[in-house]
Unconditional design. Structure first.
Length: 344
């Protein structure tokens, strides 16, 4: 067949597919085999599957995924090397994303679309990953025993008035490592260590395994104030609307509330990097961002997208706009500091 008619017959085929796609998804099914995207996700299945289903509906492209915790997925990607089936790693916390980047598990996103959708301070400096949702780690207090006028900053929780009244989640959790890392970035090591020592001396009881147990301890009267991620508060409030707890936005006259991201990047050995990029671009876009945040009561990473009504009800706040990557760079300093301060 001469080159020209080959060109036209291909063109004819793709037009037929485009038309067919609207009617039956027939051509989409064919391309699904070729264009399948494989995702390793530390974000839970019920949070990602509605988005992936929608993407498949819109494009006909199949998405395969497994979910596990971030550490296990990072180890798995390292062990699999060039044989990995994964095209995308999705995970929570800039500390984990930074770690994966340091291990050489990503390739640059190289996407003007993502750069247009997500502000630079919510993406990797080296272009390896982008944030896709924002979570605030803020104060929560007993509405029965604390007047919000008593609260001001994370640092003030180290003051003697909170002796025996503070609950914390374990320092082993990356969320607290990231919080302390950003404090080191702003306040320096010495001042941060003094504050963490103050927190430890104010603890009502040993640190808890998770944010929900930490808040339940306040409700049970074990302590009066704690530091938690907003979506865990949202979850608890949904299951128990009468729970006598409220959120407080600290550091509003200073650096703002500590925020972190969930996000993702294209794996270094992706078999379908173009498909992976297109999916991440879609997730960063205005249509998907609302749902991506809303499903876990988070804030969209794309600033042009509104928050859900439930989240809006918690009120506006000033967020720390330090590049979230600091959480990764100073993570090991934060771990050592918390260890010295005997924060377990
Ligand atoms: Fe979480």
């Amino acid at each position: 067949m001469p080159a020209q008619s080959r060109f036209f017959s291909r063109l004819g085929l793709s037009v037929a597919c485009a038309v067919g796609a609207f009617m039956t998804l027939g051509c989409g099914e064919k391309s699904a085999r070729d264009d399948v995207i494989t995702v390793y996700s530390a974000r839970a299945e019920h949070l990602i599957s509605p988005l992936f289903d929608r993407y498949t509906e819109e494009t006909g492209i199949e998405i395969r995924y497994i979910t596990d915790n971030a550490g296990a997925l990072i180890q798995r990607l390292k062990a699999e090397g060039g044989n990995t089936p994964a095209d995308i790693l999705l995970t929570v916390d800039a500390g984990n994303l930074w770690q994966a980047s340091q291990e050489g598990l990503f390739q640059p996103l190289d996407s003007e679309i993502i750069e247009a959708h997500i502000p630079a301070h919510r993406r990797a400096d080296n272009g390896d990953w982008t944030g896709l949702s924002v979570r605030a780690r803020t104060l929560v207090y007993s509405t029965a025993r604390v007047d919000p006028s008593e609260l001001s900053t994370y640092e003030a929780l180290a003051e003697p008035q909170w002796e025996g009244r503070l609950c914390l989640r374990t320092s082993k959790k990356v969320y607290n490592q990231s919080l302390v890392a950003t404090m080191i970035n702003t306040l320096g090591e010495d001042e941060t260590e003094n504050i963490v020592r103050g927190w430890v001396s104010n603890l009502a009881t040993d640190p808890f395994a998770n944010d929900t147990a930490t808040m339940e301890a306040i409700a049970a009267g074990q302590c009066d104030v704690a530091i938690v991620n907003t979506y865990y508060f949202g979850r608890l409030q949904r299951s128990n609307p009468e729970i006598p707890l409220a959120l407080f936005w600290p550091n509003q006259d200073g650096r703002g509330v500590h925020i972190n991201v969930s996000g993702g990047g294209i794996t270094r050995h992706a078999k379908n990097p173009d498909g992976a990029r297109a999916l991440l671009e879609w997730l960063a876009g205005e249509q998907a961002q609302y749902q991506f945040a809303e499903v876990n009561q988070e804030y969209p990473a794309n600033p042009r997208v509104d928050v859900s009504e439930e989240v809006a009800a918690w009120g506006d706040f000033r967020a720390d706009d330090v590049n979230v990557e600091v959480a990764g760079r100073l993570q090991s300093d934060a771990i050592r500091l918390m260890d010295r301060a005997r924060y377990r």
